[in-house]
Write a protein that binds this ligand. Structure first.
Ligand code: AHN
Ligand code: ZN
Length: 338
């Protein structure tokens, strides 16, 4: 009888102890679910390989101009999708049709590469992968009706995102990252009279995002013309209006990393770029990193929308400055330090 009582006592206390262990970790908080668990270990910021990024620009330019409804556009798409898959991303090809201001129907695709698609803490990084169907800059002198190579205008931002994808595979984090390559950004009306004729892929995505609810990215960064020698990234107007904290943190980070010669504190005018529609339609705060030289008639690089937008204007050091800052932002955010 006595032994029975002792046994009963032992069983009861063991049961109680294990029950309370389930309920509490001793901190007075209820047990944490998997999603709320902070990262087990902090992942250091990887090194951005500028030569790798440079080669990604070369590869895109080698396809020729990536204008919607052309073979080069289709071939480049297949290459981009294959690369992201090779780098371990879950790839979504978001096909859509859009009517260009000329009346032509564009068969276009937003290419989306996801890391940790289930994660509820996510950020968004984007660029446009199409290139302009004409060389219509007022500074343009030849073959104005022919499509441009877009080494910087299109190619550079995509190249930086591909190198980031490569680093995300080599140095995994638990945070979600959505890389989006918007299509049909640069099929807009000459002179920019109707701003809505640009950024057709970003407008489509903003009305039909691949993520919703808990998986909505916290914020985004757009890269547009981020590869030219001596590039100057001002604080673009819409970015400062819709994503002020992000812009300030990002430029401060860049300056602390020694890239203040690229990321200057000047305020630049507003550009109706892909981020404008992500901010106003999808309502995700997004900043635009875009080259705004001081001394050109167009407000963009002298090569902009001319046939000079080729490999000659690309400087691997500029690609690295942008890529290293974005990697720092991403890994710091993942570690809760941005
Ligand atoms: C307008 O000219 C309205 N938007 C410029 C966006 C752009 C064109 N970025 C690169 N090419
Ligand atoms: Zn352009």
């Amino acid at each position: 009888m006595r032994i029975f009582k002792v046994l009963l006592f032992l069983v009861a206390t063991t049961l109680l102890a294990s029950l309370s262990a389930c309920k509490s970790d001793g901190s007075g908080q209820s047990s944490v679910t998997e999603e709320e668990t902070p990262p087990k270990e902090k992942v250091p910021v990887p090194k951005f390989d500028r030569d790798s990024a440079y080669a990604f620009v070369e590869k895109q330019v080698a396809f020729g101009p990536r204008v919607p409804n052309t073979d080069a556009h289709q071939q480049c798409k297949e290459w981009l999708v294959a690369r992201f898959e090779q780098y371990g991303a879950k790839v979504i090809e978001q096909d859509f049709q859009a009517k260009a201001y000329t009346g032509v129907t564009l068969n276009a695709t937003n290419i989306i590469a996801q890391y940790n698609p289930q994660a509820t803490k996510r950020i968004l990084l984007a660029a446009h992968w199409d290139s302009r169907p004409f060389a219509d800059s007022p500074l343009s002198e030849e073959r104005k009706d022919e499509p441009i190579l877009g080494a910087d205008d299109g190619g550079s931002g995509v190249a930086v995102l591909l190198e980031i994808a490569r680093q995300l595979q080599a140095h995994p984090i638990e945070m979600g990252v959505d890389l989006i390559l918007f299509d049909a950004e640069d099929y807009g009306e000459s002179g920019g009279e109707s701003a809505e004729s640009y950024c057709l892929g970003a407008q489509y995505w903003s009305r039909n995002p691949h993520v919703s609810g808990k998986q909505r990215p916290k914020y985004g960064v757009l890269l547009d013309m981020v590869g030219a020698e001596g590039a100057r990234f001002t604080k673009e107007y819409y970015s400062t209006q819709y994503a002020p904290q992000l812009v300030n943190k990002l430029w401060k980070l860049a300056q602390n990393m020694g890239y203040g010669n690229y990321f200057v504190n000047d305020s630049g005018g507003g550009i109706t770029d892909d981020h404008y529609f992500v901010n106003t339609i999808a309502r995700i705060p997004m900043a635009d990193i875009i080259n705004r030289p001081v001394d050109t008639q167009t407000g963009f690089g002298a090569y902009w929308h001319t046939h000079n937008d080729n490999m000659d204007v690309i400087d691997a050091r500029t690609l690295r400055a942008v890529g290293q800052v974005l990697l720092a932002m991403t890994y710091r955010e993942a570690n809760g330090e941005f």
